[in-house]
Design a binder for this molecule. Structure first.
Ligand SMILES: [Zn+2]
Length: 391
């Protein structure tokens, strides 16, 4: 696709093409990344290509694009430019159901585009690509960057690699580039979000048919630890030091899931796990809970596996870039949200905010959709933002 063709392509056509790629997190996102990189290259962007193999040996790709701009930036305050951030992976489609089309067939109905990722967050990416195509490089006096990652939905490994390895991300940090994480916020400006942290407390037994005495049931080692773990959960809910009233809910949202393997009733359980997941918040030190979980595991002879987490993120709502984005959106007050984004990983970039089309209510659903109006307003807003910080 050359530049002229992107300019003639509508945001909904771009979104349709993006939805057409099966980029569920357990699949390779190489081909959709190639498609996005080709579009950016046609618009004059250069591309950094970052790959890794996930735990199943599947190739994952994150790209960083940069268009320098041809204008003279001498004497301007816009030196760092602006970066738009998105992910190309989407959540699974096993439960997909609309009654009229499959997860990878973009379908326009009732002023909505349906399809997996339409809302989270291929709609946002289509809007940003369309917005970039409306700006001529000759008008740019500061860089426009894109960071488009893999595996955001499953541990944010793409963003972690970009944070570690990207020369252009380093350049953005040095130049104080403004970062827009385009996750769906209904185009409201978000100045803080929660993080994510998981722990697995695991007991091992021996699996055998219960008609023999060969088995050792792992549950009998795990069960005594569950009471103390529940106490920690209650503590996390009731102690004010684990709350931040800027968020709703204001708690760490401790969740616990018990997993047995195997699950046959006539076979002893060889592995029993309590999986714990919390959503850390800015200004809340949850380390006493983590220490307590470690102690409980050790006291009961259980294995503790700390899963790779994502930091919470927050900036002051009065930050100049948040206020500027509010002016561009026409809103007066910025918000907080309770989910994590790649922004938690990429927060070495100080001037960060989250703002994107579509509602998180419509993300991850069996009939995920984005309103056409949100998509179009997203194009307009991103164009204004790129002009504000790069032209
Ligand atoms: Zn997302």
């Amino acid at each position: 696709m050359n530049e002229a063709r992107i300019q003639k392509t509508t945001a909904e056509d771009l979104l349709g093409k993006l939805i057409g790629y099966d980029s569920v997190s357990d699949q390779s996102n190489e081909s959709i990344s190639r498609f996005v990189a080709d579009m950016l290259e046609d618009l004059g962007f250069r591309i950094e290509w970052h790959t890794f193999k996930d735990a199943n040996g599947t190739t994952k790709v994150s790209i960083v694009g940069k268009r320098q701009g041809m204008g003279n930036s001498a004497g301007t305050t816009h030196q760092g430019g602006v970066v738009y951030m998105a992910h190309t992976d989407v959540v699974p489609v096993e439960d997909w159901y609309t009654g009229f089309s499959g997860p990878f067939e973009a379908t326009l109905r009732n002023e909505r585009i349906y399809g997996r990722g339409s809302c989270d967050m291929k709609g946002s990416l289509a809007a940003a690509l369309k917005a970039a195509s409306k700006i001529s490089e000759s008008n740019q006096i500061a860089p426009i960057y894109f960071i488009v990652t893999a595996d955001e939905e499953v541990g944010m490994k793409g963003a972690k690699q970009v944070d570690r390895e990207s020369d252009w991300f380093k350049e953005m940090i040095e130049n104080d580039t403004v970062g827009i994480v385009g996750e769906p916020t209904e185009l409201r400006v978000v100045h803080a979000h929660k993080g994510a942290q998981g722990y697995i407390v695991r007991a091992k037994g021996i699996s055998a048919h219960t008609s023999t005495s060969e088995g050792v049931n792992a549950n009998y080692q795990l069960i005594p630890a569950l009471g103390p773990l529940l106490e920690q959960r209650n503590e996390s809910e009731s102690n004010p030091k684990y709350r931040n009233s800027d968020f709703d809910p204001s708690t760490l949202s401790w969740n616990m899931v018990l997993i047995n393997e195997p699950t046959a009733i006539n076979v002893t359980t060889s592995q029993a796990e309590a999986q714990i997941f919390i959503r850390p918040m800015p200004g809340v030190d949850h380390s006493p809970l983590e220490i307590a979980v470690k102690r409980i595991a050790a006291d009961h002879g259980l294995e503790l596996i700390g899963k790779d987490g994502v930091s919470p993120w927050g900036v002051s709502p009065s930050s100049e870039w948040v206020q500027t984005m509010l002016r561009l959106t026409g809103e007066t007050t910025s918000q907080t949200v309770c989910y994590a984004t790649d922004g938690g990983v990429l927060q070495r970039l100080k001037r960060l905010l989250v703002c994107g089309p579509g509602s998180i209510e419509q993300a991850h659903r069996k009939d995920e959709w984005i309103a056409l109006d949100q998509l179009h307003r997203g194009v307009e807003l991103y164009e204004r933002a790129f002009r504000e910080w790069a032209c």
